[in-house]
Write a protein of this length. Sequence first.
Length: 202
Amino acid sequence: MKPISINSLILLSAIILFQGMANPSFAKSLYTDVRAGSDLETYVTLLSERKIIEGYPDGTFKPEQTINRAEALKIIFLASDTVFDPELVKWDQLKFPDVIKGEWYAPYVGFAFEKGIISGYPDGTFKPEQTVNRMEFVKMAMTAQSYYSSRPSYAEFNFDDYEDEAWYLPYVEFGIEEGLIPNRSELQPSKLMMRQDAAEIV
């Protein structure tokens, strides 16, 4: 098992897969809706400093707001150990009709396509504004790691809310073995990924 890098720890806090967030009273914090002194505040502050996830003009972070596919790719690449290089994108090979080259997310989509992390939908689209669930996020996050391997795993799960032979299990196993996914609580595979979830992996 490889030692966990700072960037991997950052990614580990953007999947946040499994820790529930309480709604305690909020003291002074970087954002008005994030409790000062909480684990979430630590993650959010680090992410904001690195321009990975930022707050809103009204001073809020909106921790329970869901994340779409485009936002997920940005978070994953900026937090992973993979060097994000938009110069590697072969724009002439990116055939998604709903991804416009000039949009902020286009380089992340193009880079993910170039790396084989995404392939799009059968209708040829990418659907950048579609929300992403926890396991979809896990798949993208794990395969974005430079040392990702689909090798057989013998990780034992402490989760009880998954199906045997589920498509996402190899990615979860890899994440557990590499220390990127905490092996506790519930997996909640179909739950939509929220900003607080993404923040906790970093």
